[in-house]
Design a protein around this ligand. Structure first.
Ligand code: FE2
Length: 559
């Protein structure tokens, strides 16, 4: 049974392929199209499908369109018609445009596949797809599941329980109770784009949440159902933050200074989000019982909230997939379709982030030569890269299958020395051209992680850089480039079995320096993370990196 999963209803378009219950490949369209988030979330484009990601998935699995038994799309138009109220829109006619575009999905899939699809096309409820993307790969036999995002068909948050191959919905919170929308509004208010929740999260560490605590309590209120969001504040899909301006003063212009005031708004938002999530968690514990917890939805990219949840003690183990945001619903939808078959075996393979394309040495050498660069074959690339990093160089590290999800986890990464106080400024200003306040993350050897960071729990998802963990006393001063303003670090644990070459690189760095971690940031300069060797070479040149390792092939700035 071959199932193609697709997400394209809003943004983060992606495709995935599941063969007999095994997740074989998954990729976001932005990596091929080089357009961030693949497309804007517009009412008239849910049928713009991730064609290049689909083609990659089929090629990787060695399948033709005719071999696909089911196409699973992570949004259910019938549920939308049932639960969504057109008057939520500022102009209710927008809903007909949206529904019309959803009606086009069928034809668009047929065109993309070059064949009739008919009943092989299955529409999967959006939050069920999110839930499945976390629960099935988690390996838990049963678990409570929490999905928090902007909006699905009409729901913004879902509480569910998984047992065996079945996911049962316990409760959901519909619009306006969208934490995702509050973050979009706040991002715009603070001078960023609606996609820049990560920047707001970074800024929050500098602020005092107490200053605007009361004001935020009127926007996100805790309550019996978990939390409630003030409809007037968010306005459906409105990115005019009128109420935030009324409460907190003028919005920050995109090129404006970062004032204490902005940091305090971000800090209060982070605190209100944490409280809402913990309140939901208490409800979930009451309704689903304790044990294991799976988290998904865009809000599950908030590593501060994730850490609060993991430490709250209500659940013994927490799993969050590497792509908890909308891209992950491509995998989730396919897994829902698989598990709907009678007697389906438990899915496998979705817990690794390394599900994207890879390139062999012949392809790599061709790209290097086409760029007019001189390739050099390394005898021991991890050791050479580690030596260069310890000598203060910024190194592009490209190897193996590309990560699925927004974090670079050692296969499409830029690496630097965490010990040098100036590394952060050099990376932010010279290489990545981004705001100075934004933190960088450490990749640490699993064997030494607890000596340096208070991980708080033994979640497998520590391998996906999804928790902000406090640093152990006395350690922060040795690794200033990866410690955020509040003393935490967004740790990625690296196990030898999961990524042997990356583990070897950090081990060599440890042997040389006594520090078992390197700074890891995504291999890009504002564009989507690099996918091909040619993308990596372009960023290597454009961003002024010192060296680039493409598997065992090395090129240097002066070579
Ligand atoms: Fe979503």
């Amino acid at each position: 049974m071959n199932i193609l999963g697709l997400n394209s209803v809003f943004h983060e378009s992606a495709a995935a392929i599941v063969v007999d219950g095994r997740v074989v490949a998954a990729c976001e369209e932005e990596r091929f199209s080089r357009i961030k988030h693949a497309k804007e979330a517009r009412v008239d484009n849910p049928h713009e499908l991730p064609e290049q990601a689909m083609r990659f998935c089929l090629d990787y699995a060695g399948l033709l369109p005719d071999d696909i038994d089911i196409v699973a799309y992570s949004f259910e138009p019938r549920l939308r018609r049932l639960k969504f109220r057109p008057e939520w829109w500022p102009d209710s006619s927008l809903e007909s445009v949206f529904l019309h575009s959803l009606d086009e999905v069928d034809g668009a899939v047929a065109r993309m596949m070059g064949r009739r699809v008919g009943r092989a096309l299955k529409f999967v409820p959006h939050h069920l797809a999110h839930a499945a993307s976390a629960y099935y790969p988690s390996g838990f036999d049963k678990a409570a599941i929490l999905v928090i995002d902007g909006i699905g068909e009409a729901d913004c948050t879902m509480l569910a329980r998984g047992e065996g191959n079945h996911i049962g919905v316990l409760a959901s919170l519909s619009y306006p109770h969208s934490l995702g929308f509050v973050w979009e509004q706040a991002s715009v208010y603070l001078g960023f784009s609606a996609y820049d929740a990560a920047k707001v999260m970074g800024l929050a560490a500098y602020g005092d949440p107490g200053v605007f605590r009361r004001a935020f309590a009127s926007i996100i209120q805790e309550g019996e159902q978990g939390y409630a969001v003030d409809a007037e504040t968010i306005g459906f899909k409105s990115l005019e933050p009128h109420r935030l301006v009324a409460l907190f003063g003028p919005r920050r212009p995109p090129d404006g200074e970062f004032l204490r005031h902005h940091m305090n708004v971000a800090a209060a938002l982070q605190e209100a989000t944490d409280r809402a999530a913990l309140s939901l968690l208490r409800r979930l514990e009451r309704e689903a019982g304790g044990g294991a917890l799976c988290l998904a939805g865009g809000v599950a990219l908030n590593c501060v909230t994730n850490d609060r949840i993991a430490r709250a003690g209500a659940f013994s183990d927490v799993f969050i997939p590497s792509a908890p945001h909308d891209a992950g619903t491509a995998i989730g939808a396919a897994l829902v379709a698989h598990c709907a078959k009678r007697g389906a075996k438990r899915p496998t393979g979705g817990a690794t982030p390394y599900l994207g394309p890879e390139y062999d040495e012949r392809e790599t050498l061709a790209a290097v030569r086409a760029a007019g660069l001189k390739p050099r074959k390394c005898r021991d690339a991890p050791r050479e890269a580690a030596e260069m990093i310890a000598d203060g160089n910024i190194v592009g590290w490209f190897q193996g299958r590309m990560e699925f999800g927004p974090r670079a986890l050692g296969n499409r990464s830029l690496l630097a020395d965490p010990r040098r106080p100036d590394t952060r400024a050099i990376l932010n200003q010279r290489v990545k051209h981004r705001e100075e306040f934004r933190p960088f993350a450490p990749s640490v050897l699993a064997e030494h992680a607890e000596e340096w960071f208070d991980l708080g729990s033994s979640s497998r998802s520590h391998e996906f850089m999804l928790f902000a963990c406090p640093t152990r006393p006395g350690r922060a001063a040795r690794i200033p480039a990866v410690i955020h303003e509040d003393g935490t670090a967004r740790v990625q644990i690296v196990r030898r079995a999961a990524n042997p070459r990356y583990h070897a690189l950090i081990s060599r760095f440890f042997e040389r320096t006594g520090v078992p971690l390197v700074l890891n940031t995504s291999f890009n300069d504002n564009e989507p993370i690099v996918c091909t060797p040619a993308d990596a070479i372009a960023t290597f040149r454009g961003a002024g990196l010192d060296a680039l390792f493409l598997g065992d092939i090395c090129v240097t700035r002066d070579g």
